[in-house]
Write a protein that binds this ligand. Structure first.
Ligand code: ZN
Length: 219
């Protein structure tokens, strides 16, 4: 059984690639963003509290994410391993993940970093469209919807998120460099870091990730 985390700046495609590698390896993809969205739409106490924070431009607290993850990993489909995307993003969160895994008698197998230059991220994010219904993402240039303005999975309307506008994208990159880069160094020291070039079309990046992961486990 293998447990992975995917790390990458906003717009690096980590959600997409966590999905693809999960399908390929037959293991569960857990997105903490999805866990939060599910709580919010079910209007649970945690979901309502998270919604309030998001409304103030804040994120869910580490305690909230810890509770969501603990609950998700307790479901039987997580027994075969998982790919976690969206967590950890900070050094304290690496400790939370380790604690949760240790309690389950498990450990992290690898931390996969999707490496992409900031300029490429800005271009990707400013063209990104998201389905208002199923949250599937598209890109005006790299992954256009079959019919303009509509999701081809569910027919929902597509829109550009406020935090994907170039100004916000730059701010999110600054946060990424400040908070998330230290965890790359940490995982490198722990000999868990796998780096894959993510500045390429989806199919190429997918192959890069698979090759990097294969090489890591053979080494
Ligand atoms: Zn949709």
């Amino acid at each position: 059984m293998r447990n992975f985390v995917f790390i990458g700046s906003p717009g690096s495609g980590k959600g997409t690639h966590a999905d693809l590698l999960g399908a390929r390896l037959g293991i569960l993809h857990i997105s903490t963003g999805d866990l939060y969205r599910a709580e919010m739409s079910a209007q649970t106490p945690l979901g309502l509290a998270a919604k309030k924070l998001l409304g103030q431009g804040l994120l869910g607290t580490d305690g909230m994410t810890e509770e969501l993850l603990r609950r998700r990993l307790a479901l039987p489909d997580a027994d075969g391993g998982f790919i976690l995307d969206g967590f950890p993003r900070t050094m304290p969160q690496t400790g939370i993940l380790e604690k949760i895994l240790r309690e389950r008698g498990q450990s992290l197998s690898a931390a996969v970093f999707l490496k992409i230059p900031d300029a490429a991220v800005i271009e990707r994010l400013s063209g990104r469209l998201i389905c208002t219904h199923c949250q599937r993402t598209y890109h005006v240039k790299y992954n256009p919807p079959q019919s303009a303005g509509a999701c081809h999975e569910c027919g929902g309307a597509l829109h550009r998120r406020d935090d994907d506008q170039p100004e916000m994208a730059r701010k999110r990159l600054l946060v990424f460099h400040a908070q998330t880069e230290p965890i790359l160094e940490y995982y490198r020291r722990e000999k868990l870091l796998v780096v894959a070039d993510a500045d390429a079309p989806v199919e190429t990046v997918s192959r890069n990730i698979e090759a990097a992961v294969r090489e890591f486990f053979q080494a």
